[in-house]
Design a binder for this molecule. Structure first.
Ligand code: BEZ
Ligand code: FE
Length: 278
C-alpha cells in the first residue's frame, strides 16, 4: 500500500483500487469521477459540516423520489447536466432540428389526432393557436407518415399527467402524423409557463441560490420515423416569460416561434422539422 501522506497520495491510492476492474468503460468513468470529486473537495476546501450537508441533501433527494417523482433527474436538469448529455448524445447534424430535454411529464398512450384536430379537450380561457409545418429529410424531401407525439401544459401551467387540476384523460396530448406532403397541423392552446416541482430538496437549493424555478411555455414533441434518429424537442412561444432564464436550460433559439394572426384569423406559427438520418 502507498504511503498516504497527503491528498495526492490518497488520490493515487483510491484510483489504483479501480485498476482491477474488467469493464473498461466503468473503470474510465469511475476514475474520472473520483479525480474530479477529489479536485472539487480540495478546491472548495470542503468542511466536515458542508460534507454532511451534502450527504443530507442527497439523502433527501432519494427519499422524495417515488413512482411519479424523480428528484435526481430534476437535480440534473437544474444543474444543466441533462441538457449537456442531450447535446453530446443527440448531437444534431448541421441543418437538422435541435433536440432538448424530455422532462417528467411525458406519458405514452396519447390518442391519435387527425391533421388539424385540436388536442384541447377541456375548457381553457387561453389563446387558441395553430402550429403547422413540414417534416423533411436534410435535403428538403417531405417525409410522410411521421409520428409526432405531442404534450403540453394548459394556460394555468399544468400537465394532464400531473393530475392536479382535474384535466380529462388526454387533454393537451395527441399523436399527429404528417400527410403525403410531409405536412402536419396541430390545434391547441398557447402553452402556459410553469414552475418545475420545487417543494423538495431541489427547490430548496434553487431558493438558497436565489434561482428561479420557472420554465417558459412550450409544446413538447417526440418525433419518430423509420431510418431517422428519434427527435425529442420543444417548440417555444416567443411571447412567453422565462425564455432566457429557463430553470432547466432547455431553450434553443432555433426552437422559438412567433404566433401571428393568419389569413383565416387564427393565431398560428410555422415550425418545420428536419430529421437527422439514423
Ligand atoms: C418539462 O418540460 O416538462 C420539464 C423538464 C424538466 C423538468 C421539469 C419539467
Ligand atoms: Fe414541459
Amino acid at each position: 500500500m502507498a504511503d498516504m501522506t497527503g491528498p495526492d497520495e490518497l488520490l493515487t491510492e483510491v484510483l489504483a483500487r479501480y485498476d482491477a476492474g474488467d469493464n473498461e468503460r466503468l473503470k474510465f468513468v469511475m476514475q474520472a469521477a473520483i479525480r474530479h470529486l477529489h479536485d472539487f473537495v480540495r478546491e472548495v476546501e470542503l468542511t466536515r459540516e458542508e460534507w454532511m450537508a451534502g450527504i443530507q441533501f442527497l439523502t433527501a433527494t432519494g427519499q422524495i423520489c417515488s413512482d411519479t417523482r424523480q428528484e435526481f433527474i430534476l437535480m440534473s436538469d437544474t444543474l444543466g447536466v441533462s441538457t449537456l448529455v442531450e447535446m453530446l448524445t443527440y448531437s444534431p447534424t448541421e441543418g437538422t432540428t435541435e433536440n432538448t430535454v424530455l422532462g417528467p411529464f411525458y406519458a405514452p398512450g396519447s390518442p391519435d389526432r387527425a391533421k388539424g384536430e385540436s388536442m384541447l379537450d377541456d375548457e381553457d380561457a387561453g389563446d387558441k393557436v395553430v402550429v403547422r409545418g413540414r417534416i423533411t429529410d436534410p435535403d428538403g424531401n417531405p417525409l410522410a407518415g411521421v409520428v409526432l407525439d405531442c404534450w403540453q401544459s394548459n394556460t394555468d401551467g399544468f400537465y394532464q399527467v400531473q393530475e392536479i387540476d382535474g384535466q380529462s384523460d388526454f387533454n393537451l396530448r395527441g399523436i399527429y402524423h404528417t400527410d403525403d406532403n410531409g405536412e402536419y397541423e396541430i390545434r391547441t392552446v398557447r402553452p402556459g409557463k410553469y414552475p418545475i416541482p420545487h417543494d423538495g430538496p431541489v427547490g430548496a437549493l434553487l431558493k438558497a441560490n436565489n434561482r428561479g424555478w420557472m420554465r417558459p411555455g412550450h409544446l413538447h414533441t417526440w418525433v419518430k420515423h423509420p431510418g431517422y434518429k428519434e427527435l425529442i424537442t420543444h417548440i417555444f412561444d416567443r411571447k412567453s416569460d422565462h425564455l432566457y432564464d429557463d430553470a432547466v436550460f432547455g431553450v434553443r433559439e432555433s426552437l422559438i416561434v412567433d404566433f401571428a394572426e393568419d389569413d383565416q384569423g387564427e393565431l398560428s406559427a410555422t415550425f418545420d422539422f428536419v430529421l437527422d438520418p439514423a
